[in-house]
Design a binder for this molecule. Structure first.
Ligand SMILES: Cc1ncc(COP(=O)(O)O)c(C=O)c1O
Length: 386
């Protein structure tokens, strides 16, 4: 696969301020032009004709479910719910399962707070949280070693937010299947950056907000739940939209939708839906194989070039399947908060995470942007002797 150098696909869609070095897709991404246009068109339609053409909006909603099903290879768009964010999806699984005192679940020691807190909140129900240390050579083995006959869920990120460690999800999914454990994947740092296949990895649940690698707005999230797994969740929110016959407001009897729509209580976020659908059309045109190749090539370049700078070392694994779109580097001075501020003042959009500076390029980033980032890190590091 050829890596894209100066004119990556989609680069014309990102007229980002040339004063910025935008490498922060693991936090919040800039929107493509088509997404801005879709939002502007939706706003214009709302002021001109309100919801007079609501049936068309419903078509966009259905299209988004199909796009998301395509993106994660879900068997059906019916397996996709549109939630507010990743935290909501994780909470819905944690709160909805039929826990018994003495049950346990497994997470890792590097999870984003949302994928720890929702599970820790189950302590009141007598559920034990087991924490796998991902620091060993074989982190998947450390995770699997914690599964036993009372492990109801393995809840883990596909790619860790701090250092970008990507796990072999198929291996974890197979272990869950063999153990009768549900597999709940926080996929926000993978979907849109790297190919993701819920069937190949035997995921029961997969959750990802749209504002990072999917290049959409905040506030619309993918929630994948396979039919058997979603039947195990008690519903915790209720409203007109989640039933088999939404819109039939005179019915007093109701049953939850058979599809994952049962997790969507009320009115959908139509603005966000229009935006995310537009963003995902860019992935459909580009193809996930090309996106993944370019993301990895960009991250490889940053990993190689930054780790050879004086004072800088790489915190992210780049071997085997462990590499992702996230590259985190550490400066020997340890003064990352100050370095981060210097970088920000120079127009670099990145993050201070995982005990270092986190860079997260997407497929559309140009090589010249990556080179500027390397030069800025070099310059910032020189201010802090070690
Ligand atoms: C791995 C991971 N999970 C969850 C979240 C939070 O996502 P949301 O705001 O969609 O709840 C983040 C945000 O950075 C994250 O990196």
């Amino acid at each position: 696969m050829v890596a894209f150098r100066n004119n990556p696909p989609g680069s014309g869609e990102f007229p980002v301020d040339p004063g910025l070095v935008y490498l922060n897709h693991a936090a919040v991404a800039p929107w493509p032009v088509r997404t801005r246009d879709a939002v502007a068109a939706f706003a214009a339609e709302n002021t001109r004709s309100g919801a007079a053409y609501y049936p068309r909006w419903l078509q966009v909603e259905q299209r988004l479910r199909r796009q998301l099903a395509w993106l994660v290879n879900a068997p059906s768009p019916d397996d996709i719910a549109l939630l507010k964010n990743t935290s909501e999806g994780i909470s819905l699984v944690a709160a909805g399962l039929p826990w018994q005192a003495g049950d346990n679940l497994v997470i890792s020691n590097r999870e984003f707070p949302s994928n720890r807190m929702a599970w820790e909140a189950l302590a009141a129900r007598g559920v034990q949280v087991r924490v796998a240390d991902l620091g060993s050579d074989d982190p998947e083995a450390a995770v699997c070693a914690l599964l036993d006959d009372r492990t109801r869920v393995l809840a883990i990120s596909a790619v860790q937010f701090g250092d970008g460690l990507r796990l072999d999800l198929a291996r974890l999914g197979r272990a869950c299947r063999a153990n009768g454990t549900l597999f709940c994947v926080d996929a926000i740092q993978q979907v849109g950056a790297l190919a993701f296949d819920v069937q190949a990895i035997h995921a029961d649940f997969a959750i990802a907000d749209g504002h990072k690698w999917m290049l959409g707005p905040e506030g619309v999230a993918l929630f994948y739940a396979n039919p058997a797994a979603r039947d195990q969740l008690a519903l915790t929110q209720f409203g007109w939209h989640m039933v088999e016959h939404p819109g039939d407001y005179s019915r007093t009897e109701w049953t939850p939708a058979a599809s994952a729509r049962r997790f969507e209580a009320g009115s959908p976020n139509m603005l966000g839906i229009h935006a995310l659908s537009a963003s995902l059309s860019l992935f459909e045109e580009t193809g996930m194989a090309s996106v993944e190749a370019a993301v990895l090539a960009n991250a490889d370049f940053l990993a190689r070039e930054t780790s050879s700078l004086p004072g800088w070392t790489l915190l992210s694994r780049r071997d085997a399947h462990y590499r992702s779109g996230i590259v985190t580097v550490k400066h020997a001075s340890g003064r990352h908060a100050e370095i981060f501020r210097l970088l920000r003042d120079e127009g670099m959009v990145c993050a201070e995470r995982g005990d270092g500076i986190r860079l997260s390029p997407h497929f559309w980033n140009e090589r010249s942007t990556l080179e500027r980032a390397v030069a800025l890190l070099e310059k910032a590091g020189r201010n802090f002797p070690w």
